[in-house]
Design a protein around this ligand. Structure first.
Ligand SMILES: *Cc1c(COP(=O)(O)O)cnc(C)c1O
Length: 477
């Protein structure tokens, strides 16, 4: 687009924004007087705000000409009244994820299992023993509800010399920050230059380290770091050796990185604990799903890493939280840190986490939605897509079956692809971007993607119970 073209669209958009009435003008419209009497002024103002916000967003998205906006403004009073009559609408809503991205951060990452939802509803509906020991009647701490369970799920061996504990916080970013602050404030943390990564959403390892008060000691190079590099950097001020999972990218070619075992062994000899930001929280091997070799949390525990941080809502498939699993003495120092009070999570999180972890023990893990989506064979998805394609009889919407690849997403398994199937859509009147926007306006909203001018509706990430809703939304296009 030329600079002039850009200015033109900006100018038309400004003109369109200026056409929008103010909230006050609408409140004073005589036609809305009965609504004030019936619903009250505050609810009317809220409904007006929402209607204007919708229009503003449509203008921003380039969905309006001067004429189409006039048409919408002509019916705005009816729309406001409609909204008031249909009752308050939630802002945070369930959506159908047809993007084929299993862990989509914008879509709330992992959906919860039925058991997690049931446990969460029960615990939240009344008081709970969140911090009360029912045996003694004395105060306890929240982590007892998941500590033994998580250690069992991770297959942690019971050695007296290496007892482990668990701390749950808001997310993995908080877990990493807290660990660094509690264990390495004003002291050095040795990290490979190949692992000074940005995870996404502004989470950059060097910045987190600095904010935590720890001092970064970089070793090696971007592509090659050896055990000897870590060894050479260890001195009096060293508080931790740190390993960061390269979760959202991969580097190929002339590369070298010590194995976890080598780092554990160095950490033992040097007497400097090893902290791993494992990130994904993956419990079981993903190889069986054809996603390739991904490091697991279980593996880190088996290799006796001193302290590991992971997410609860990535490949573990649970609620948003951060897990710290490690040596008792390190966990005790973390628990004594005043920042823990700021990062702790509520009973809802513990309930959902406990139920999710129990499912790993009682199996089959397909009851965890993420595991079910990973394990669904492509031909089962193909059948569902075919059913939808054959049911669509519109001559304005052309739908066809298309083989596609789903991705794990959420910065969890870079490059990993899962063979899947999609319904590919082309409309005679709407372009792909418009069609995508119409699907977002469906109820429930449908989130798809565009490839080659077609709208791709990947069913791997859609629960089969949503197929009917999806089909009827497509039928209305
Ligand atoms: C995702 C990720 C994080 C951040 O996890 P959140 O739970 O989103 O805070 C940190 N480190 C690694 C290695 C990750 O993959």
């Amino acid at each position: 687009m030329t600079a002039k073209g850009l200015k033109d669209t900006d100018r038309t958009r400004d003109e369109l924004y200026r056409k929008l009435p103010s909230v006050n003008e609408l409140v004073l419209t005589p036609a809305l007087e009965p609504s004030i009497a019936q619903f009250g002024r505050d609810r009317l103002v809220h409904a007006i705000r929402r209607s204007l916000k919708d229009l503003r967003e449509e203008i921003t998205a380039g969905a309006h000409s001067s004429q189409s906006l006039d048409e919408r403004l002509g019916v705005i009073i009816e729309r406001v009244n409609e909204q008031l009559r249909s009752g308050p609408r939630y802002s945070l809503r369930r959506v159908i994820n047809a993007s084929g991205v299993l862990l989509h951060t914008n879509l709330g990452r992992a959906p919860l299992s039925e058991a997690a939802l049931a446990h969460l509803a029960e615990v939240a509906s009344d008081y709970s023993n969140l911090e009360l020991d029912l045996n003694t009647g004395t105060r306890s701490h929240r982590d007892v509800h998941v500590e033994d369970l998580l250690l069992s799920v991770l297959g942690a061996p019971e050695e007296e010399s290496f007892r482990r504990g668990v701390v749950v916080v808001n997310n993995c970013a908080a877990a990493t920050f807290l660990a660094l602050n509690a264990l390495a404030e004003n002291r050095e943390v040795v990290v490979s230059r190949g692992e000074l990564v940005e995870i996404g959403g502004g989470f950059r390892i060097p910045e987190i380290l600095q904010k935590s008060g720890a001092i970064l000691r970089e070793v090696g190079t971007t592509n090659r770091t050896r055990v000897a590099d870590y060894e050479g950097a260890i001195r009096e001020q060293s508080a931790l050796l740190m390993r960061v999972h390269q979760s959202n990218f991969s580097i190929d070619g002339f590369t070298e990185r010590p194995s976890l075992e080598e780092l554990v062994s160095l950490s033992r000899t040097a007497g400097v604990p090893l902290f791993e930001d494992q990130g994904t929280g993956l419990v079981t091997d993903l190889d069986r799903f054809g996603v390739g070799d991904q490091p697991t949390l279980r593996d880190s525990i088996a290799k006796s890493v001193d302290l590991v941080a992971a997410s609860g809502d990535k490949l573990l498939g649970g609620p948003q939280c951060g897990l710290l699993v490690g040596r008792r003495d390190l966990i005790a120092r973390i628990r004594n840190n005043p920042l823990l009070r700021a990062f702790r999570v509520d009973k809802l999180t513990y309930a959902a986490l406990e139920a999710t972890l129990l499912e790993y023990l009682t199996g089959p893990t397909e009851s965890i939605p993420l595991m079910r989506m990973l394990g669904t064979p492509a031909d089962a998805i193909e059948r569902r897509c075919r059913g939808i394609v054959e049911a669509l009889g519109s001559n304005r919407l052309h739908a066809e079956l298309m083989p596609v690849e789903s991705v794990v997403g959420g910065g969890s398994a870079p490059g990993a692809k899962l063979g899947s199937y999609a319904v590919a859509l082309v409309h005679t009147e709407f372009g792909a971007a418009e069609l995508l926007g119409l699907l977002r306006k469906a109820d429930p909203p449908i989130i798809a993607r565009i490839s080659d001018e077609k709208v791709i509706v990947d069913l791997r990430t859609v629960h089969p119970r949503s197929d009917a809703a999806l089909r009827s939304a497509l039928e209305r296009l």
